[in-house]
Every structure is written in structure tokens, then in C-alpha cells.
Design a protein. Structure first.
Length: 131
């Protein structure tokens, strides 16, 4: 068994059929991803901050790379000028099939359903002061 009482950093994948999280801990955030039109978000941690490189972007197919069964992912937008558009389809199932533009301080959470190969929206929050 593995017990961690401080920080744990893993380069590469963790493969387990019996991984249990004993208390609610957030994983370290991934630095901003500068996305170009047609890019795919890589779920390298449970919290990823995203923005377009120089303009707003629409993601590719898939919009988010496949994850592990039951993996949770929180995306946070960091720019109102370079929003990231998430739409229902191409690996995402959004609430009521509605698109979502991630701007500064906006968040959206997903869980990965390996039986359908989709990231399924759990919730979203538009936290910016203007549209």
C-alpha cells in the first residue's frame, strides 16, 4: 500500500483498479493551457486553467482528451478576451446540451464516463462581471 503524508508528484500515469481517496483533497492545478482553434484540453490534473492563445477558441474533436473512469475535472477560464467555447458533442455532454464560454473566473466541472467515452457536466458557474 502507498500512504502519502505530504506532497506527491507523479510524472506519468497512475494505473490502479483500487485507488481510494481517503479525504477530499484537490490535486495541484495545471498551468494555463494556451489553446489554438481545434485544440484538445489535456486533463493532466483535476484542475486546469484554460484560455485561447490570442483570440477566443473553439476546441477540436475531442474537446477534452479521454480520462480515467470516474475522473473529475474542473476547468477555469482565465481570460474574457480569449474565451474557450465548450459545446455539447465531440466527447462532452453538457447540461441541457447548452454551450458554455469559459471567460475569466468561470468554472465548469465534468466526470469522465468511460462506458460512453464522454466527459459529463456536473455543474457550471459564470463568475465574471460581464458577458
Amino acid at each position: 500500500s502507498l500512504q502519502v503524508h505530504s506532497n506527491l508528484h507523479v510524472d506519468g500515469s497512475i494505473v490502479s483498479t483500487n485507488l481510494v481517496q481517503m479525504s477530499r483533497q484537490s490535486l495541484a492545478k495545471h498551468d494555463q493551457l494556451l489553446l489554438a482553434v481545434g485544440s484538445t484540453i489535456q486533463p493532466l490534473s483535476s484542475y486546469v486553467r484554460v484560455r485561447g492563445a490570442t483570440t477566443p477558441v473553439t476546441l477540436g474533436d475531442p474537446q477534452i482528451a479521454p480520462g480515467a473512469p470516474g475522473q473529475l475535472l474542473t476547468l477555469q477560464g482565465v481570460s474574457d478576451l480569449c474565451k474557450v467555447e465548450l459545446v455539447n458533442g465531440t466527447g462532452l455532454r453538457t447540461m441541457l446540451s447548452q454551450p458554455f464560454n469559459l471567460g475569466a473566473f468561470d468554472t465548469i466541472q465534468f466526470i469522465y464516463d468511460d462506458s460512453t467515452a464522454n466527459w459529463v457536466e456536473i455543474n457550471r458557474s459564470q463568475n465574471r462581471w460581464s458577458n
